[in-house]
Design a protein around this ligand. Structure first.
Ligand code: DGJ
Length: 743
């Protein structure tokens, strides 16, 4: 039975008395319903929908790219055939993407296809309610050469009053029941991006965020579904999903006994009911979907390529190597100290210095976290020659200069708050709950005046100091009080949504005027790793936890969805300031150089030998930077397997060069570790192997030797368990970075 035959038979069933009504046909001006197959394809994947005019929009297929012939037979093969965008009200017992209350109190929707529009890479399936003037566009977008399909929904109505949106997911995806596992990321401050993997069981699984400001602490809005049992890195079918939103979200997976896991993703509707006015358009954030039969790493590669080209600011450009002042001096900013740090990073080959928190405040000095957010005037007691003086110093040392701000926030001890108490988020009749430092308050970005203020903070800095090269944009508080002094009584429940609309508007204004400046999204560490902010930001701070061992776990998980070009990863001090663990410098370097390399340390406390090792590593990183920041990721052995080591690699798309990382994750005497086959190389190419910044007395046995890609991928190379060092210099953590070049 092909699409048309199947549809005719469905219509026959309907006419037997179930759903199809002549009224629908009349309202839609439709004489006969004609089945319409909609195939949305990328190079390697396809989504197939059944969109008969006047009928239901059904989801038929998502997976490997299929031929028209096979697509014709999907119904006979027994594919999904679920509503592509389930709505509430008739057949009420199932989970839905959208539920509304019409202006007359009716709580049902019955949507039928009006037509399909294709405009470039965007396909819109236009739906209309059978009774109410309520419209939904279910949209799909592809990107040339990328195996990611974005999907979202848009609503509009022409009813007399408001329509209340009670639930408004971006998308729905049915996933065939079987050996399906989910991989997702959890973890809050200093423990971000930790991987959790579990088989999907019956019942409802919910992954959500309610921070209000940041959304990748506690959980992440991205997940992977491994369809062939326990997730594997380089084999097996995987569907990846990433919600491109900066605010509160909810992902639901309902596993009932219908043979499907029902996956919904979108804005978190909790305390966010939306009153949609007549003629107003509500656009949900996009859900980015990918499919790969090359395991988790395959899905990651799809996300990374798409993200670098389309979803990360300057995603295809290489990032400078920087020193950030935070862990080196914390709030103790002064001119002499900044000069010394700039000189030191320049001496080690760094390219940029970033002055973190503590540089501002006149009436209230920013000597700790209780004061002055909002008062973005330089503290000339600390920095007599101001920011320009620092920029000049950076120039003297041949590096660029960047600065920290936290523009969405204020402190109750600040001149801004004294002048504009109406700018903060607080509930009427309540004392505001305050955050960091006992005084931190969130500015109300739903208010256009606050949007102007935040834009002007950045605008003033960049106009006054056009040579500012980098901004670290921090956000250290959640929405702690539900209340907007700007939104009207009937729109208080819009606060979370309007905050992020306001935030996005500000970002758009900044990027329209300052397309070049590098901006890091920091939010108490890794609170803003998401594809809602990254189109405006170049990178994110993975975590305030810079401990190299814990970073292996965090960066591993984060790399599922985000490419290394966006993952700020810094060499910091030992003992580490968060875990107090003492890890040798070599290992700290080797972990940091698997991401966007930087330093977060007081260089004046480093020995000359340590500085020399960093200098060497920085110079080598410059050589491998294009592979690390733009290459394809192949994760090999997960630290979560607890086999004593972890390993991954980046391979240049033309497979001419690769970088292999190997880190020991624990140390025991007479330890046995697995030998790790490589991946992603060209089996027919021969690769010369070079270890980078080796600290051993003797080169490794394979140093400088040439191996075929086939051999390396079948066997790997044997990594010595320890570094070969004089007895008194021996270290517990060993690690290797190998550079492979095809001959
Ligand atoms: C939190 C950030 O995550 C840190 O890196 C640092 O910038 C501090 N804020 C400064 O207050």
């Amino acid at each position: 039975m092909n699409f048309n035959q199947r549809f005719e038979s469905t219509v026959k069933d309907m006419k037997k008395g179930i759903i199809f009504s002549m009224a629908v046909a009349c309202i839609l001006g439709v004489q006969t319903a004609v089945a319409q197959r909609v195939v949305i394809s990328t190079e390697k994947t396809s989504i197939v929908l059944d969109a008969p005019t006047g009928g239901d929009l059904n989801f038929a297929y998502y997976g490997e790219k299929i031929s028209d012939k096979d697509a014709d037979l999907l119904y006979d093969a027994g594919q999904a055939w679920q509503q592509a965008y389930p709505v509430y009200g008739l057949w009420c017992q199932r989970e839905v993407a959208l539920s509304v209350t019409h202006s007359d109190g009716n709580m049902t929707l019955q949507m039928k296809v009006q037509g399909v529009e294709k405009n470039g890479d965007v396909t819109r399936i236009k739906l209309k309610d059978t009774h109410y003037p309520f419209y939904i566009d279910v949209c799909y977008k592809t990107y040339p050469g990328k195996d990611v399909i974005e999907t979202w929904a848009e609503y509009e109505h022409k009813e007399k009053g408001v329509v209340k949106l009670n639930q408004f997911a971006s998308a729905y995806l049915p996933i065939r029941y079987g050996q399906v596992w989910i991989s997702h990321l959890y973890g809050s401050w200093a423990n971000e991006g930790k991987v959790e993997e579990e088989p999907l069981r019956h019942g409802m699984m919910e992954i959500k965020n309610k921070d209000g400001v940041r959304n990748s602490h506690t959980d992440h809005a991205e997940v992977m579904f491994s369809l062939d049992g326990k997730p594997q890195e380089n084999t097996g079918r995987v569907i990846g999903a990433a919600l491109c939103y900066s605010g509160n979200y909810k992902l639901r997976i309902d596993t009932d006994d219908s043979n499907y896991h029902h996956f919904f993703a979108g804005i978190n509707e909790d305390n966010s009911q939306y009153n949609l006015k007549s003629g107003e358009r509500f656009v949900t954030p996009a859900l980015a979907l990918t499919y790969s039969h090359e395991g988790l790493s395959g899905a990651s590669r799809h996300f990374h390529r798409w993200a670098r080209s389309h979803k990360i600011m300057h995603g295809t450009e290489l990032r400078p190597i920087l020193l950030n002042s935070w862990e080196g001096v914390y709030f103790d900013i002064n001119e002499e100290g900044m000069d010394q740090m700039m000189k030191d990073i320049s001496g080690m080959g760094g390219e940029l210095f970033v002055m973190d928190d503590g540089w501002f405040g006149v009436k209230y000095q920013r000597n700790n976290d209780s004061y002055a957010l909002g008062d973005w005037t330089v503290d000339t007691k600390k920095l007599p020659h101001g920011i320009q003086g620092l920029i000049d110093t950076a120039k003297k040392y041949g590096i660029k200069f960047g600065i920290w701000i936290e523009p969405e926030m204020t402190n109750s001890k600040s001149e801004l708050y004294e002048k504009h108490p109406e700018y903060i988020i607080e509930a009427t009749n309540r004392e505001p709950v305050k955050g960091r430092g006992g005084t931190q308050l969130v500015l109300d970005l739903s208010n256009p005046k606050v949007q102007d203020l935040v834009f002007h903070i950045v605008d003033t800095l960049l106009t006054k100091y056009p040579e500012l090269y980098y901004i670290k944009w921090d956000a250290n508080a959640p929405v702690m009080n539900h209340g907007s002094q700007y939104l009207t009584k009937d729109r208080q429940s819009h606060l979370y949504i309007e905050y992020h609309r306001g935030f996005e508007k500000v970002c758009q204004r900044i990027r329209a005027k300052y397309p070049k400046v590098i901006i890091q999204a920091c939010a108490s560490g890794g609170g803003r790793a998401n594809y809602g902010v990254l189109p405006y930001f170049d990178e994110f701070w993975v975590s305030d936890d810079t401990d190299a061992l814990q970073r292996i776990y965090m960066q591993w998980g984060t790399s599922y969805f985000f490419p290394s070009v966006a993952m700020a990863s810094h060499i910091s001090a030992a003992p580490n300031h968060q875990t107090f663990r003492t890890i040798p410098l070599k290992f700290r370097i080797d972990v940091a150089m698997s991401g966007r390399l930087g330093m977060e340390i007081q260089p004046k406390n480093m020995t000359d030998k340590e500085k020399a090792l960093c200098k060497q590593a920085i110079s080598e990183y410059k050589q491998i930077r294009p592979i690390v920041q733009q290459g394809d990721i192949y994760r090999l052995l997960s630290p979560y397997e607890k086999l004593g080591c972890a390993s991954m690699m980046y391979v240049k798309p033309d497979k001419s060069e690769a970088v292999f990382y190997w880190w020991k994750t624990e140390t025991f005497v007479n330890q046995q570790l697995p030998r790790i086959p490589m991946a992603g190389l060209d089996p027919h190419k021969n690769y010369r192997v070079k270890e980078l910044h080796s600290i051993d007395q003797k080169p490794l046995a394979f140093e400088g030797k040439v191996f075929s890609g086939a051999f390396l991928m079948a066997n790997g190379l044997e990594m010595p368990v320890e570094h070969d060092l004089p007895w008194h210099e021996r270290i517990d953590y060993s690690s290797r970075v190998l550079y492979l070049v095809a001959e």
